[in-house]
Design a protein around this ligand. Structure first.
Ligand SMILES: Cc1cc2nc3c(=O)[nH]c(=O)nc-3n(C[C@H](O)[C@H](O)[C@H](O)COP(=O)(O)OP(=O)(O)OC[C@H]3O[C@@H](n4cnc5c(N)ncnc54)[C@H](O)[C@@H]3O)c2cc1C
Length: 604
């Protein structure tokens, strides 16, 4: 069943210490875990900051003087001069190790550059990600020394281009169900690859591809033949590799997206990445590792849109006043500022934590991807609303961003499946705690300690005294009310998880109406905590923007707490649960009718 595949995404290598310190996972046990988020993570030393500072000007100059995103959008192609200049900037090997020709930037350094790229052109952002964040990332993360030496130098310099080939006509979100096969040749020296991949970024231009295929194998303890996804390095020059025409797309038009066909391609056995049968793990790790950069790119988009909006609102006069003087416009612009603060705070919290070596960042990275891609879409929409007719015109370029941003909610884990990933990972973590509690209840005398602690926690919850001390200790005094509000929501969240787990047990994996709302509450609480942490640091460091950041944080947290309350109420109240069954029955009617199932007002 598909949902189990979603659950499979959580099968990460164990790192119990990091797991127990994860803020997002802690929520599912009703705990505020401050270790990873407070004070606001800052992993770069001065030298690393200086290095990336030096790169900002050349990157911005590239977009202002060499690469023309609007023309590329019209031409649906990236010209050689753009690619050549990007090579000279080192843009093909940003994070690859220096020994193979890369710049070996840390995640947070890359995030700063991703912001710039995002704010100018998402087509080139997708081209770059298709090449390095996913295309050859498997070789960097899981490749052996021989593979790295053979492939990375020509990829990091841009002499060759890479792509990541996972999706197939019948396997999108359910990536484990791919049908491409790679069968060991009789000589035992090659795999023979057959299959079709679709919608591959750089698929029409890549020389080297990370390709995922099912390899037949027998488990040691079984006679039955089974299949397991395996990752391969495939060169176009192996023969038997062809590509379809570039897809005609809604957005990111100058990035190449194409089908790739493999017809009896002979792959040397030494081109398996990692181990045979571990391809799904390789794919999921590549995707998890790259999500932080999407948050940073989206943050760059939003920052640019805020500037465009404010410029227009300050200059446009209607009914005798500048637009910016109207409250309706002020509310929209304030929302853009709040959204940007949250998206940026979350993106950099995740990248910094990855740079600190924290291994449990998958849920946080998924939160960043969902939050940032949906926020960027909403901000684009509101920007166009304020620019109105002007926003609808190509000349202004916002319409290009609206088209381009849309894909970010779909690829590298569609947001709907990532919501399930977030909630199910958390619930799996909470479930382990529940097992301990249930065990303790069977032998109450020898487990008095556990039961007493749980009992105290529950009584506090029931009478509404959440223990906010932990969060208060790490929060600026000016934001202590916010710390108390968040702690209260965390307690309610933990209690809600307990109740839904007791009610549904393992069947919770099928309760998507509930899981989506739990994921939304997780995204909100994590974002509020990231914002609280960043604003506290701004206050304690006396930043010139500290007061503005304090107002942003308290407003965002006030609104966020209301959303959390709403989402938690949704999953508990009987009336709402009845509404959920109504959703199913309405869909059934529409499905049976193969379209809208009502009688027309005119009855014809
Ligand atoms: C421009 C572009 C570039 C791309 N680049 C690449 C690339 O470089 N390499 C690559 O391998 N792929 C690439 N893709 C493919 C992309 O990753 C997939 O489109 C994506 O994984 C979603 O798959 P799908 O489109 O088949 O949607 P489906 O999986 O069919 O999903 C359809 C909808 O149903 C939802 N859904 C699916 N399963 C569930 C469930 N269990 N419960 C609830 N809802 C569910 C999804 O969230 C989605 O909203 C690209 C796609 C595009 C459009």
């Amino acid at each position: 069943m598909t949902i189990n595949r979603v659950r499979l995404l959580s099968d990460q290598p164990p790192s119990s210490r990091d797991r127990d310190d994860s803020f997002a996972l802690g929520l599912y046990r009703g705990k505020v875990k401050t270790q990873q988020l407070f004070p606001y993570p800052d992993a770069l030393d001065d030298e690393s900051k200086d290095t990336v500072k030096l790169m900002i000007d050349p990157f911005e100059k590239y977009f202002r003087e060499i690469h023309d995103p609007s023309q590329c959008d019209l031409d649906e192609k990236l010209p050689d001069k753009s690619l050549q200049a990007l090579k000279e900037l080192g843009g093909f090997g940003i994070q690859a190790p220096q020994e193979y020709g890369g710049m070996q930037l840390k995640n947070t350094q890359y995030a700063r550059l991703a912001e710039i790229v995002g704010s100018f052109d998402l087509s080139i952002a997708v081209f770059m990600a298709g090449h390095q964040a996913i295309g050859y990332k498997g070789i960097v993360l899981f490749g052996n020394e021989q593979q790295k030496q053979k492939y990375l130098p020509s990829l990091t310099t841009g002499e060759k281009i890479a792509a990541f080939c996972l999706t197939e006509p019948s396997a999108g979100s359910d990536a484990n169900s791919i049908r491409s096969t790679a069968v060991l040749d009789e000589d035992g020296k090659h795999y023979i690859l057959n299959g079709n991949k679709i919608w591959i970024s750089n698929g029409g231009i890549a020389d080297v591809m990370t390709v995922f295929a099912q390899v037949p194998f027998k488990k040691d303890d079984s006679d039955k033949q089974s299949q397991a996804v395996t990752a391969f390095i495939v060169e176009r020059d192996f023969g038997g590799v062809t590509s379809g025409l570039p897809e005609k797309k809604m957005g990111i038009r100058s990035s190449n997206t194409a089908a790739v066909y493999f017809d009896n391609v002979k792959i040397p056995v030494e081109n398996v990445i990692g181990k045979v049968g571990e391809g799904f793990k390789v794919a999921m790790n590549i995707l998890n590792e790259g999500r932080f950069a999407m948050g940073a790119a989206m943050s760059g988009v939003i920052r640019m849109l805020v500037t465009k909006t404010i410029e227009h609102a300050k200059n446009r006069v209607q009914f005798g006043q500048h637009l910016i003087e109207y409250q309706s416009i002020q509310e929209k612009i304030a929302q853009m500022g709040l959204t940007h603060y949250a998206v940026e705070s979350v993106a950099y919290a995740v990248s910094n934590n990855m740079d600190r070596g924290i291994k449990e960042f998958q849920v946080e990275a998924a939160i960043s991807k969902v939050l940032s891609s949906e926020s960027a879409w909403n901000v684009c929409d509101e920007c166009i609303q304020i620019l109105a007719g002007m926003g609808f015109m190509r000349e202004n370029q916002v319409e290009r961003f609206m088209r381009d941003v849309r894909i970010y909610r779909i690829f590298e884990g569609a947001n709907d499946t990532l919501r399930l990933f977030i909630a199910l990972n958390g619930i799996q973590y909470a479930g382990k705690n529940m097992k301990e509690l249930q065990k303790a209840l069977q032998q109450p005398i020898s487990n008095l300690g556990t039961l007493w602690n749980q009992g105290v926690k529950r009584s506090k919850r029931l009478i509404g005294i959440a223990d906010s001390q932990e969060l208060l200790e790490v929060t600026a005094p000016e934001l202590s009310d916010c710390a108390k509000m968040i702690t209260q929501r965390v307690e309610e969240f933990g209690a809600t998880i307990e109740r839904i787990l007791l009610k549904h047990g393992r069947n919770i994996i099928d309760q998507q109406f509930i899981l989506n709302r739990i994921a939304n509450a997780t995204i909100d609480i994590y974002s509020m905590a990231a914002v609280l942490s960043r604003a506290s640091t701004a206050i304690s460091s006396n930043l010139p923007t500290a007061d503005h950041e304090r107002v942003l944080a308290s407003t965002f947290i006030d609104e966020g707490c209301q959303r959390v309350e709403h989402n938690l109420a949704e999953v508990l109240r009987k009336r709402n649960l009845e509404r959920f069954s109504a959703y199913s029955s309405i869909t059934n009617e529409i499905s049976e009718n193969e379209g809208v199932a009502t009688t027309r007002p005119l009855r014809f």
